[in-house]
Design a protein around this ligand. Sequence first.
Ligand code: AFP
Length: 336
Amino acid sequence: MEAGRTRLSDHLSQQLDADQSIHRDLGKLILDIATAVQEIAILTSQGALAGVLGNLASQNVQGETQKKLDVLSDEILIQTFRSGNLVAGIASEENDEPIANKNGGPFLCLFDPLDGSSNIDVNVSVGTIFSIQHAPKDRSPQLADYLQPGRKQIAAGYAVYGPSTMLVLSIGRGTHGFTLDASSGEFILTHPNIQIPADTSEFAINASNERFWEAPVARYISECKKGKTDVRSRDFNMRWIASMVADVHRILMRGGIFMYPKDTKDLSKPGRLRLMYEANPMSFVVEQAGGLGSTGRQRILDLKPESIHQRVPVVLGSRNEVERVEQYHREHDSTN
Ligand code: AFP
């Protein structure tokens, strides 16, 4: 190992207590996820050459058309977990119900196997998001066992399949980024102790939904667009990749605020993003890096989940900006 290069396995050995079996098992599980991520990275990097682009005739539980890579990525992760004895149960965006593992294990794993998959056919970065919870002891997990508040996650993270493949994760002791060295197949620690700047001049939102936003969101974005000509002391920039993993990764790297708020576009949906395997893990990683994850009205990690595929509004990133959006929601709600 080259001097000064810390592998993922070395980092986990430093962060976890080898004397505790739960820590040893968590380290093994994260290394299993890293292996699965490498396999998905190979598929996404081959794109059309691997015959993995395009849609399937099927739809997922969200009623969304499934991409070939959605299903392939899902199968890789499910196979990874079911072949081991670390994960007692699995919940995935691509599967209606949780899947129990007959081998049992101390953890539950919830994941979006390929987030941003509508970008895959146009060669834009996509990712995998995962959340790790404690499994019930001495019995097979039931649906209610998965519905733990995000603050109870043991670990969470994501892989981003971009110009480089990175794994960004937290076990509750800061957020750390690893870059895949394709030549060695090792994830190398390249971004230790990531810290999100508390202030930012960059917002990320799908502005085409503007007419559907609630007043506090419309107020915040309007002020950002007016920049220093209005109440804000500076001009703002906008980014929207439409791949949550890529947008959130940028925010972890240089600050920013990501917003997919509740809107009136589809009143049956209180937001687009899913709590259990998108908002919760991303909020965990962001808050471990000094940021904040909110619905606009309350902290995401404190939400009591009601269903596996539940959707929530998401406002996360640079703490001072997220707190400003929360303040605008309080002011609005106090007079309406
Ligand atoms: P897909 O997985 O269908 O591409 O959706 C991606 C996503 O869930 C999230 O990654 C993006 O931030 C968001 O949807 C983009 O939504 P819009 O397409 O409405 O902008």
